[in-house]
Design a protein around this ligand. Structure first.
Ligand SMILES: Nc1nc2c(ncn2[C@@H]2O[C@H](COP(=O)(O)OP(=O)(O)OP(=O)(O)O)[C@@H](O)[C@H]2O)c(=O)[nH]1
Length: 348
């Protein structure tokens, strides 16, 4: 059989040079790629398999298959154990393509004879290695039924290019995941897992314009744990950290999902309350204050109770958010001055 591959090879090379759209799933990208591979090489089935652990592979996981009607859940991916097919695994890890024109007798694929090839009438296979950082990471399997097939060098080159496209997509996917994680970390407070100050300033900006458009009030509550220094001084900094984490959880439980709680720094926290008047925000702050007071924090050797002073302010929609932050900070100052464990409202 002779297939002119120059055009498809061109298309694959162009495709491989394009910006990858990572918004779709990795599996759907692979499926598109191998469906095209199946048509191009006129085979009956194409599948992609990845090693579980590139540095110490124990099994191959089938992550995409042209036989599947729908995306499979990762938990349902079929697997091949390396120890059951030692010759095949050895062949893959050399990185050299397996052009098994007669898969039943080829020493690299004969291990599959009884439990896979014969029952599924697979006669011929072409397997090309997927690399990651120069190390074999998986394999793309082209399988045919019917007459045996002598694989042409252009067909092998094409199949290798499909595997290289998988490699590239894998790499881009990892970079993208890493980037997502970094973005998440940049906006997250490492200790409590809450959003941080950077996130607050960013989201306040967006919330202000949204509330201007909707002509709705936006309020802010600042929470400052009372005498927190004493906690550190009495029990140590580590217990202080536990108290901060427990405090954050306690507040989260007392808030609606749309109210975002952020850690401003130290023992200071902020809640932005969308579509909420100052009176509403005062109620929320009072609820938070009571929840914190009632929450007994259990540590290895101590039961710790803390209280919190809260300031409440209406966010001035015509001013930068830093202005409202100052207002609410003054309100907290008032609450502290009046004896702590209370809510004070900004008078502007
Ligand atoms: N454990 C721990 N302590 C922190 C962290 N960030 C800030 N602190 C401590 O929080 C304490 C804040 O103390 P102050 O600003 O004096 O306030 P306070 O003791 O809470 O007193 P009032 O606010 O006046 O009620 C300081 O001792 C800081 O070292 C943190 O991430 N972990």
């Amino acid at each position: 059989m002779f297939i002119d591959l120059s055009e498809v090879t061109q298309r694959l090379r162009r495709m491989s040079s394009e910006e990858l759209d990572v918004s779709g799933s990795y599996q759907s990208f692979l499926l598109d790629l191998i469906r095209e591979g199946k048509e191009t090489l006129v085979v009956d089935q194409v599948s992609v398999w990845l090693f579980d652990d590139i540095s110490d592979p124990k099994k191959l996981i089938n992550v995409a298959n042209t036989q599947w009607d729908n995306d499979l859940n990762a938990d349902d991916y079929p697997v091949l154990l390396c120890e059951q097919y030692p010759n095949y695994f050895k062949a893959i890890t050399t990185g050299i393509s397996i052009d098994a024109h007669d898969a039943v007798t080829d020493p690299r694929t004969a291990e599959f004879k009884n439990n896979y090839l014969l029952p599924n009438h697979i006669t011929t296979m072409l397997d090309t290695t997927i690399f990651k950082n120069g190390t074999p990471h998986g394999v793309v399997c082209f399988e045919g039924r019917g007459p045996l097939r002598q694989w042409q060098s252009a067909e092998i080159a094409y199949a290798e290019m499909v595997a290289d496209c998988c490699s590239r997509r894998l790499l881009v996917n990892e970079l993208w995941t890493l980037q997502q994680q970094l973005t998440k970390l940049a906006f997250q407070d490492a200790l409590t897992g809450l959003k941080n100050r950077r996130y607050l300033m960013d989201s306040a900006h967006r919330e202000i314009s949204r509330h201007i458009r909707a002509s709705e009030p936006l309020s802010v509550v600042m929470l400052d744990i009372d005498h927190f220094k004493r906690i550190n001084d009495s029990y140590g900094h580590e217990i202080g950290d536990v108290v901060l984490k427990e405090f954050a959880q306690c507040c989260l439980q007392a808030l609606r999902a749309e109210d975002s709680l952020c850690r401003l720094g130290g023992e200071e926290f902020i809640v932005l309350l969308p579509s909420t008047s100052v009176a509403g925000a005062q109620e929320v702050a009072e609820r938070l204050r009571i929840s914190v007071e009632k929450n007994i924090i259990e540590t290895a050797h101590h039961y710790i109770q803390v209280t919190v002073s809260c300031g409440v302010a209406n966010v001035a929609l015509d001013k930068p958010f830093s202005y409202s932050l100052k207002q609410v900070d003054h309100a907290v100052y008032d609450a502290k001055a009046q004896g702590r464990n209370r809510v004070a409202c900004s008078n502007s």
